[in-house]
Write a protein that binds this ligand. Structure first.
Ligand SMILES: NC(=O)c1ccc[n+]([C@@H]2O[C@H](COP(=O)([O-])OP(=O)(O)OC[C@H]3O[C@@H](n4cnc5c(N)ncnc54)[C@H](OP(=O)(O)O)[C@@H]3O)[C@@H](O)[C@H]2O)c1
Length: 280
C-alpha cells in the first residue's frame, strides 16, 4: 500500500511550478489530490492529466467558497491537508510600489490564502486532525531589496502561521512552513509581468537596476541562478511535512535558505543588510 493512500489534500496554484510538481508527486504516492488553479483553462488541463480539479482564484471570495464547497462534496466533508501554494511576486523598490500594487499582492498571497485556510479549519477541527502547509519563502524571514511587497506578504504568512500554530495547540491541526530559496519555475516570468504592470521605470531613481533585472527575469536565465533547485526539492520537504509523525515547524529548501537562517541569527543587522544587498 502506498503511503498516502486514503489521505486527501487540496493544493492551490497547480497550473505550473511547485504546485504542479507537488500535485503530481503526491498523486504518485497515493494521495487523493484536489489540484486547483486560478484559470479555467488550467483546470481543464489538470483534469486531462487525471486530477480532480476546480477553480480557486485567491483574489475572489466567491471562487474560494465555491471551490471549497466542491472539494468537500467530493471528499464527503473530509480534508486531511491543505497546501497553500498559489502566490506571485510583485517586484519593485518600495519607493515605486503603489497602494494598489501592494493591495493586490496581499489580496492573493495573504488575504485569499487566509480566507481559504479559515474555511478549511472547521472541517479539520471537527475531524480532530489536519495539516496546513504554507509555501512561504526565504523572503519570509529575511528582506531582500526590490522585493519589499512580496517580502511583506511572506513575513505576514509566517506571522499568521506562527500565531495559528500556537492557537491551535491541542486541536490536532498542525501548521508547517516551507521556506524555499530560488526554485526553477514560472515565478520570475510572472513577477516580471507584475513588475511591468505597476512600476513606472522611466520615473524611478532605480531605472538602471530595473533594466538589468528585466533581462534576467525569465525562466531560462533563472536556470543559471546560483543555488537554484528544481521544484522536486520542495516536493521532498512537503512529503516530510505531510507524512512525518512529528513534522518540524519549518522546512528550508536550498542552500541560501539554510545559510541566511543562520546569518540572520548570528550577524549584526547592518552586516546582514550589506550581504542581502550584494546577494540581490
Ligand atoms: N520559485 C521560487 O524561487 C520560489 C521561492 C520561494 C517561494 N516560492 C513560493 O512558491 C509558491 C509557488 O510559486 P512557483 O515558484 O511555483 O511559481 P509559479 O510557477 O509562478 O506558480 C505560482 C502559482 O500560483 C498561482 N497563482 C497566482 N495568483 C493566484 C491567485 N490569485 N489565485 C490562485 N492561484 C494563483 C499561479 O497561477 P497562474 O498560472 O494562473 O498565474 C501559479 O499556479 C509561491 O507561494 C511562491 O511564493 C517560490
Amino acid at each position: 500500500m502506498e503511503y498516502g493512500s486514503g489521505k486527501n489534500i487540496l493544493i492551490t496554484g497547480c497550473s505550473t511550478g511547485i504546485g504542479h510538481c507537488v500535485a503530481q508527486g503526491l498523486k504518485a504516492r497515493g494521495w487523493r489530490v484536489f489540484a486547483t488553479a486560478r484559470k479555467m483553462a488550467d483546470v481543464d488541463k489538470l483534469k486531462k492529466e487525471g486530477f480532480e480539479s476546480c477553480q480557486i482564484d485567491l483574489d475572489n471570495s466567491y471562487s474560494i467558497h465555491s471551490g471549497v464547497q466542491w472539494v468537500l462534496e467530493q471528499s464527503d466533508g473530509r480534508l486531511d491537508a491543505l497546501f497553500n501554494n498559489g502566490a506571485y511576486g510583485q517586484p519593485g523598490a518600495m519607493e515605486d510600489i503603489t497602494r494598489q500594487a501592494i493591495r493586490e499582492q496581499f489580496e492573493t498571497n495573504v488575504f485569499g490564502t487566509h480566507e481559504l485556510t479559515s474555511l478549511i479549519l472547521p472541517v479539520m477541527r471537527a475531524q480532530g486532525y489536519g495539516r496546513i502547509i504554507q509555501n512561504s519563502s526565504i523572503l519570509g524571514f529575511v528582506a531582500m531589496p526590490f522585493r519589499g511587497a512580496y517580502v511583506a506578504s511572506k513575513f505576514a504568512i509566517n506571522g499568521l502561521t506562527e500565531a495559528m500554530r500556537v492557537e491551535m495547540q491541542g486541536s490536532g491541526i498542525d501548521f508547517i512552513l516551507i521556506e524555499p530559496g530560488p526554485i526553477r519555475t514560472e515565478f520570475r516570468k510572472n513577477a516580471r509581468e507584475a513588475f511591468l504592470k505597476f512600476i513606472k521605470i522611466d520615473k524611478s531613481p532605480y531605472q538602471e537596476k530595473y533594466q538589468g533585472w528585466i533581462k534576467i527575469a525569465t525562466q531560462e536565465e533563472a536556470k543559471k541562478m546560483p543555488f537554484s533547485l528544481p521544484p522536486e526539492a520542495v516536493l521532498e520537504k512537503v512529503i516530510k511535512a505531510l507524512e512525518s509523525k512529528t513534522p518540524k515547524t519549518r522546512y528550508g529548501v536550498t542552500t541560501p535558505t539554510h545559510v541566511f537562517w543562520i546569518l540572520r541569527c548570528i550577524l549584526p543587522r547592518r552586516w546582514l543588510d550589506k550581504i542581502l544587498l550584494k546577494a540581490s
